[in-house]
Design a protein around this ligand. Structure first.
Ligand SMILES: Cc1cc2nc3c(=O)[nH]c(=O)nc-3n(C[C@H](O)[C@H](O)[C@H](O)COP(=O)(O)OP(=O)(O)OC[C@H]3O[C@@H](n4cnc5c(N)ncnc54)[C@H](O)[C@@H]3O)c2cc1C
Length: 458
């Protein structure tokens, strides 16, 4: 008798054939869809390069209704792969508040004027036209797990069989919850920006930087980990320093890190701070910010008082509001514990949490978000077919970090499920970083970014 597992594999093969993809062996992940195979641009290619027509998606015999909240790196990926692998019987609705997605990845280059925010925006048209994802623009305001439905700000409700929450993060400003004192008001937050969610804050921070005088001081504060994109703040310090060197000579970048040391790409950023940007970047680990006075742009810190021209304070963050409101952020009210084979919440059955909101040892990164979307899609399809999740998922992350406006380093890591701890753990020796920064890495970075975004949104 044909097993449901065989039906899934056969369906995937039919879908790939329909999409004109030849070498199944190279493209199909060995177990499930978690990691996929690695392209020469560092992105797991899996089945994602296909551009099948939604109307041509065959039935796999699997059926169910999935509602995805949040159309970012992980939400777009899970929506796409649920349809691509699940076929026409799997109904996927994607609710995203914005008309298009603005990528955080590469957004530090908006600060140097090398990219515009518009160049980082991705629409949902391909998910709709190629894969038949139903797109709803709206804000999810509540979940009714008993009746399996979500409420939207518009007042409407949408029913689901499985719910996937992929809302990214929100920033913590309440001092009682670990926020930086002094930034509680909207006025303070409008002056002291985070620009850690790409969009209007990113262009506003760019404007603050270009308004700096020569010999000015830019202060960047980094929260204790875990935070979104471990190398991101150090990359930002490097890019801003390089731009200031060229355009506002004599300026300084002071990095106040709550962590005991650089949290990612230690070799590359130590070289950057001590050598490439020596005399411009002043890196200070283990710093506590007691208060920021947004009106005078003065920081009261454990290493003394600092007066700045621009303060870029990245507050601590936590899971998206829809996750915390639903009581799923069981890790100190910040992150959601999940079964790391399926990303199903440990608090609420039938609700999956992926991307930055999920509390795992994997970094909060867009590349990982894409991977979690695939693992989750595979697990949901297996559940619809009455199967257990893939018992051995593997994920990987690649990240390029500009060190100057025309050179970059890189970092890669692989994670595998550890049955002893029931969690995803770093594969020993899989953390690799570039031996040195280079212009070649910089151009590969653009290729990697383009491949990742195509893989997720097209
Ligand atoms: C400056 C910077 C640089 C970065 N560089 C890299 C990099 O080089 N490589 C890398 O891998 N990662 C990088 N990252 C990290 C990466 O951007 C995030 O880890 C990734 O975007 C997380 O994906 P996500 O799906 O969890 O959340 P997001 O991508 O933030 O998507 C969440 C989506 O959910 C929507 N949403 C939230 N709540 C609701 C709701 N209630 N109703 C409807 N919609 C909702 C939001 O509008 C948003 O579109 C960087 C981040 C920053 C800030």
């Amino acid at each position: 008798m044909e097993k449901p597992k065989d039906r899934i594999e056969q369906a995937r093969r039919r879908l790939l054939k329909a999409a004109g993809l030849g070498s199944l062996g190279a493209l199909l992940p060995a177990l499930g869809c978690g990691g996929g195979s690695q392209g020469d641009d560092g992105v797991s290619v899996a089945q994602g390069r296909s551009s099948s027509n939604a109307t041509a998606l065959p039935s796999t015999g699997i059926s169910g209704r999935v509602l995805v909240v949040g159309g970012g790196m992980s939400g777009a990926a899970v929506a796409k792969y649920l349809r691509l692998w699940g076929g026409s019987g799997v109904s996927v609705t994607l609710v995203e508040r914005s008309a298009s997605y603005t990528s955080n990845i590469m957004s530090n280059m908006v600060l140097t004027g090398q990219r515009s925010i518009g160049s980082l925006q991705y629409k949902y048209d391909n998910l709709v036209s190629r894969y038949g994802v139903k797109r709803v623009q709206g804000e999810v305001t509540g979940i009714d797990p008993v009746n399996k439905a979500v409420r939207l700000a518009s007042g409407s409700t949408i029913a689901y069989d499985r719910l996937v929450l992929a809302p990214g993060v929100v920033f913590t400003y309440e001092p009682g919850l670990g926020g930086i004192p002094g930034l509680e008001t909207a006025a303070a937050q409008a002056r002291v920006l985070h620009a850690w969610q790409a969009g209007t804050q990113t262009t506003a921070l760019r404007n603050q930087i270009t308004a700096m005088p020569g010999g000015g001081v830019f202060v960047l504060t980094i929260p204790a980990k875990p935070y979104r994109c471990p190398p991101g703040p150090y990359e930002r310090a490097c890019l801003v320093a390089d731009w200031l060197k060229k355009n506002r000579p004599g300026s300084k970048v002071i990095v106040l890190d709550a962590n005991p040391g650089i949290t990612a790409e230690v070799h590359s950023f130590t070289d950057a701070f001590m050598s490439v940007h020596a005399g411009v970047i002043d890196y200070q680990p283990n710093v506590t910010i007691h208060n920021i006075d947004a009106s005078t742009l003065t920081l009261d810190t454990s290493i003394g008082s600092i007066k700045a021209n621009v303060i870029n304070a990245i507050p601590p963050h936590r899971a998206g509001k829809v996750v915390t409101d639903a009581g799923l952020a069981d890790q100190g009210g910040r992150w959601a514990s999940v079964n790391q084979l399926s990303y199903e919440s440990k608090v609420a059955a039938g609700i999956h949490v992926i991307g930055d909101s999920a509390g795992t040892a994997q970094p909060k990164a867009g590349h990982i978000g894409n991977q979690l979307g695939k693992v989750c899609a595979d697990a949901i399809l297996r559940a619809f077919a009455g199967l257990s999740p893939d018992p051995a998922p593997v994920t990987n992350s690649a990240c390029y970090s500009p060190i100057t406006m025309d050179s970059a380093s890189w970092l890669t890591a692989v994670f595998a499920y550890d049955p002893a701890t029931l969690s995803m753990a770093a594969v020993p020796d899989s953390f690799r970083e570039a031996a040195s920064r280079s212009g070649d890495n910089f151009s590969k970075m653009n290729k990697w970014f383009s491949a990742l975004m195509t893989e997720t949104f097209s």
